[in-house]
Design a binder for this molecule. Sequence first.
Ligand SMILES: Nc1ncnc2c1ncn2[C@@H]1O[C@H](COP(=O)(O)OP(=O)(O)O)[C@@H](O)[C@H]1O
Ligand SMILES: [Mg+2]
Length: 412
Amino acid sequence: MSKYLEQKKESIVRVNRIIDNLQSVQDVKEILEKYKFKHDKLLKQYEKLSRVFEFHKGIIQNISSGIITIDLSGNITFMNSTALEMIANKSENMLGKSMEMLFADREEGHLIINQLLKLNKMFESREATLVDINGEIIPIGFSTTPLRENNSDGTTGYIFIFRDIRELINFRKQMERMDRLATLGELSAGIAHEIRNPLAGIKTSAQVLEESFSPGDFRAQLISRIVKEIDRSNKLLQRFFNFAKPSRPKPGFHQLQNIVDGVYLLLAPKMAKRKIKFHTSFDEHLPSIYIDESQFEQVILNLFLNAIDAMPDGGDLNVSAVFDKSIILNEAPDNPGAIIIAVSDTGRGISPEKIEKIFNPFYTSKSDGVGLGLSISSRLLEENQSRIEVQSEPQKGATFTIYLPHVKNNQE
Ligand SMILES: Nc1ncnc2c1ncn2[C@@H]1O[C@H](COP(=O)(O)OP(=O)(O)O)[C@@H](O)[C@H]1O
Ligand SMILES: [Mg+2]
């Protein structure tokens, strides 16, 4: 007889023996009660366990950091919802796929995973870039810890905990930009001063010399030319000086529409010549903006001039403005919201390598450009508690977006 049947036979014999020994229905009841008691206890323990499980699951799913676990071959075994939202559609099944594939730079991903798996090297606050299923690159800061399951001494996998650090990186870039501008400002202020003094000396001497010739003398004409050139240099220095130390903003409440219309009137002939169409669309109840009017005009003028330069064969220049109550730009709690102004063109656009540089002083791609328009604009906006961002795709145009903090106007 096979072993299986042998076992079956034994258990039947055992049950038969129990039945033979049962004295009464009462006995059966007692045995069943005992089982029921045991089951109830198990049920309660099960409920308790599942509450603890749900609690832990809730923490892991709702935490704002992404969590991914991998097994010892580097394949994904778990992703919490933050991680899923960040890099995949919720429906996408990433389980079992190689973690390496999530890194934007595969080589870097390979290195990191290899160091983890082969050398058991943990990472702490390391930066890297992931890529989501749409190909968008997400800079992250991450740390790793070994994964040990209960009752096991060895590592069964690794946990990645990471955060999206796009905002941090933007902030860092802005700080760098401000730093560069400040250094440049100090430098040019120093130079302007140093050059202005000898220029003043040259000018006075030239004027004295000029008087010693009769007005018709060609030497007098040459000297008057020298004086004119000195005046021109002085003006240029003044411009640098303004850049180094922009005058303190004198903010007031203004209607954005008026400022934009004013700048447009100035440039309308130029736009018409280039066949550029101008459109505006403003929120119906756009609050007034609190800025230094002439500084803000300068910013809009710089953006319009750049847009015109970017559309030599015509196109559209659009200005839109919306009021977003949910954005908080400054710390004043009674002034929530921001006015978001977008200036977009349909011109040649800016390549990704260039876009990093366009706010740098003296960066220009134009043969007759100075490269100060955007750096001055971003500086002026900073002085007005605002900021500017750019988005562009080559050949499709560029959009410059200004975020102005909303300030309540008690007159309105
Ligand atoms: N709307 C735009 N479309 C395409 N490129 C732009 C646009 N605005 C700015 N740029 C780029 O940014 C550079 C810097 O602009 P800016 O600081 O105003 O200096 P400039 O206009 O003197 O070159 C430009 O040379 C150009 O390459
Ligand atoms: Mg310019």
